[in-house]
Design a protein around this ligand. Structure first.
Ligand SMILES: [Zn+2]
Length: 215
């Protein structure tokens, strides 16, 4: 497979394997690592254009090819995890959503990350238990309640005693990642980090209280 030659932000040509053109890279807002229940949340960008547009196309516009360059950007932000031999567990989507979209964007990112670092992909480690419906426009409390028991560790024996990095495309309130984290801890796994291409802006301590938007 050829490396992408177009910028994920604006579709202009870039050098082979380069995910962002120079103009888009200049506008990229690199977030500080923040904490979610004591676990570092590592993200390549703040959820704003051009990465916001790229993630929306990955998710809603049938552009699974964007997973590879976006994973490259995320891998750049994961240098401090490059010595961590962890399993990468993508946040699962509900099977109804999977049927609509045809792919889980977090699983695609995970597969690409496993090619770029010392981590192993564990795409089936987590499963989503219920259909929680669209998160858009819901309040924080409702969202937290809605996802609390949504995830289950499907491969409990594989997870026990392992170091895990939870992978998602976007972390907004952190409620989804938090729910995965609780399920993994209950299964005896140690979560080393949450890795996302983008996360909501604002101060780190505001992450769990972020304003609702898709993610
Ligand atoms: Zn660009």
């Amino acid at each position: 497979m050829l490396a992408p030659t177009r910028c994920v932000g604006c579709d202009t040509r870039t050098a082979l394997g380069v995910p962002l053109c120079n103009a888009c890279r200049r506008t990229l807002e690199r977030p500080a690592v923040c904490s979610l229940a004591g676990i570092p949340v590592v993200a390549a960008a703040i959820y704003r254009p051009p990465i916001q547009d790229a993630l929306r196309r990955l998710k809603y516009a049938s552009r699974p090819d964007l997973a590879r360059p976006l994973a490259r950007l995320l891998a750049e932000a994961m240098v401090q995890l490059s010595g961590t031999r962890a399993l990468l567990a993508p946040v699962p989507v509900h099977r109804r959503r999977l049927a609509e979209r045809g792919y889980n964007q977090a699983a695609l990112l995970t597969r690409e990350l496993a090619r770029l670092g010392p981590w192993k992909s564990a795409p089936l480690l987590l499963a989503r238990r219920h259909w929680s419906g669209a998160q858009v426009g819901r309040g924080r409390a409702e969202r937290l309640e809605n996802v609390r028991s949504d995830f289950v560790v499907r491969q409990a024996r594989r997870a026990a005693g392992q170091t895990i990095i939870v992978v998602d495309d976007v972390v907004t309130t952190g409620a989804t990642a938090y729910s995965c984290l609780l399920a993994l801890r209950a299964a005896g796994a140690e979560v080393a980090a949450v890795a996302a291409v983008a996360r909501a802006g604002g101060a780190p301590e505001e992450l769990l209280a972020g304003t609702p938007f898709e993610g």
